[in-house]
Every structure is written in C-alpha cells, then in structure tokens.
Design a protein around this ligand. Structure first.
Ligand code: HEC
Length: 173
C-alpha cells in the first residue's frame, strides 16, 4: 500500500511537466485571433447585450426620449415580458406569480406611485426594491424609459375622466 502511494506521489510531478501555468496559450486584448472570422481577439458583444458600465447607464438614462407610439408599443411588449408576471397586465399588482404565492407588489394606481417621478421607476428597475430583484441585466436602459412610458399610460387609462375620453376621441360608431 505504502509503495503504491509513493509511486503515485512520484508520478504527479512528471504529469505536470511542460504545463507551466506561467506560459499558457491565450490572446491579448485587441490582438489578432485566427479562430474568429474577423480575425480579432476582442469580439463584439452579441445583439441584445445590456451594457453594465456606469457611462452606458448615464448616457441612456440622462434624457427622457420623446413619447411616441413606437416607444409605447415597445414599453407594452417589455412590460408584458418583465413586469406583468407580478404587477399584472393592468398594473394592479396581481400577476400570475403573485397568484402562485410571491408577495404582492403595490398597485401602480396608488396615489404614491401616480405621483412618483419617472426616476423612481428607473431606480427600481436598476436596483430592485425590497423583495423585487434588479432588472439591470435584463432590461436595456433605453427600454426602461419605454416601460415607464407604458406604466404612465396604464395609470392614465385607469384614471381617465369622461372628458378625457371625449377629448381622446372615444367614439361609439
Ligand atoms: C417577481 C415579481 C416582480 C416582477 C417581475 C417585477 N416586480 Fe416590481 N415589485 C415586486 C414586489 C413584490 C414589489 C414590492 C417590494 C417590497 O415592497 O418589498 C415591487 C415593487 C416595485 C416598485 C416600487 C413600488 C413602490 O412602492 O415604490 C416599482 C416601481 C416596481 N416594482 C416596478 C417594476 C417594474 C417596472 C418591473 C418590470 C421591469 C417590475 N417591477 C417587475 C415584484 C415584482
């Protein structure tokens, strides 16, 4: 038994020969790399990658984009994917995940959240809030504006007066 162990102990240094950790094949950043079609070691991130740098956040979140139909449509789509599972399609805080037992979020139609500035929604998406985890790695900064715009539309829709509906051109025929 002892001689077996001695033999194994002797084999280990031999197995390590020629595999110095100091000299491993690797590419330097921004060097050439034959294995990629464009020959560069630093590849472009895949489409849809959410930038995580402080600068990328600052740039994307500095100014609100103009509210257009396209922005609202994008917000509706992203909201349906990322927020509705808990906040519900109407924003009442009764999404399917909540019906399965996750703590219920507050309704977007509370006075506090109607009065909350857009920055509050942006902050919550970036940093999370209480038991709600952060969406920083899933919702691109530009899409966060789209989601806030859509939440604002949801809030308006629940609080529209008859006069608002008439002004918006709601017709029955
Ligand atoms: C997994 C469920 C879940 C998802 C998905 C989710 N939330 Fe939440 N959210 C919560 C819960 C629960 C709370 C309340 C947390 C607490 O008070 O501890 C909350 C709180 C919030 C608040 C703060 C409310 C306040 O009182 O100020 C905002 C704003 C919010 N969510 C926005 C969003 C947006 C926007 C999305 C989509 C990008 C989203 N949430 C996705 C569960 C979720």
């Amino acid at each position: 038994m002892r001689s077996h162990l001695a033999a194994i102990a002797l084999l280990f240094p031999l197995a390590g020969c020629g595999q110095s950790m100091d000299h491993q094949p690797r590419y330097d950043t921004n060097s050439t790399a034959d294995i990629f079609p464009n020959g560069a070691s630093a590849q472009q991130p895949p489409e849809g990658t959410v930038p995580q740098s402080a600068l990328a956040y600052q740039q994307a979140l500095a100014d609100p984009p103009p509210v257009t139909e396209a922005l609202l449509q994008r917000g509706k789509e992203r909201y349906g994917i990322f927020c509705a599972p808990c906040h519900g399609f109407d924003g009442d805080g009764d999404g399917i995940v909540v019906k399965r037992g996750f703590p219920a979020p507050p309704s977007y139609h509370s006075d506090a959240l109607i009065e909350a500035p857009a920055s509050h929604f942006l902050d919550v998406m970036k940093n999370g809030y209480g038991v709600m985890y952060s969406y920083a790695d899933r919702v691109a900064p530009g899409d966060r504006w789209a989601i806030v715009a859509y939440i604002r539309a949801l809030q308006l829709s629940k609080h529209a007066s008859l006069a608002d509906a008439q002004a918006a051109g709601v017709r029955l025929q």
